[in-house]
Write a protein that binds this ligand. Structure first.
Ligand SMILES: [Zn+2]
Length: 182
């Protein structure tokens, strides 16, 4: 799969008419500002979320989740903020690609926050403990995360483009601008 769309210098993505991502990297962490552009913010409005995950990334349903109600993620995912879903998918793909490199174990953590009094409605701030030190793994994980999230959100959006038939082969992400950090 091509990784050409993700580079440490490319920090803004528009994903169809669904969401925009602003990504800020450091050596060991990445901050992702996710702005939804659809009129929903919670997976309770996308009834197929769990079954899509079951089909394409079943391990994420068994991932550890520190939510207020102490629900397992398989339950939490049926009614959770879309930014939180994105975080869990990304963490799972990070583990997946790390294990592919031959590592015996992989563990990543993240946190998703939102404050819609300060930010516009539908904006999430996600922090992940993987950054430039592991950029190759991160880029692969991020690309798959964008594609799978797009696939799930398309299940809701009635005006969206037709679903890609082989969505895992992308690319369906368009970098909007490059910004070099000097
Ligand atoms: Zn969680």
């Amino acid at each position: 799969m091509s990784l050409s769309l993700l580079s440490p210098h490319c920090n803004f993505f528009q994903v169809h008419n669904l969401f925009a991502l602003k990504i800020t990297y450091t050596k060991s962490a990445t901050k992702i500002n996710m702005a939804l552009q659809i009129p929903i913010v919670n997976t309770k409005d996308i009834t197929d979320t769990a079954s899509i995950l079951q089909m394409y990334l079943p391990s994420v349903l068994y991932s550890t989740c520190f939510n207020d109600d102490k629900l397992p993620f398989a339950v939490e995912v049926q009614a959770t903020e879309i930014g939180h879903l994105f975080e869990h998918i990304l963490l799972e793909y990070l583990c997946y690609f790390k294990l592919l490199t031959g590592e015996k174990s992989a563990e990543y953590s993240g946190v998703t926050k939102w404050n819609w009094e300060k930010d516009p409605w539908g904006v999430f701030n996600i922090t992940i403990n993987a950054g430039l030190d592991e950029f190759e793994i991160f880029a692969q994980a991020m690309q798959q995360t964008i594609l799978l999230t797009q696939y799930i959100l398309n299940e809701y959006n009635p005006n969206s483009l037709a679903l890609p038939t082989q969505f895992l082969e992308g690319p369906s992400v368009q970098p909007v601008f490059d910004q070099l950090e000097r």
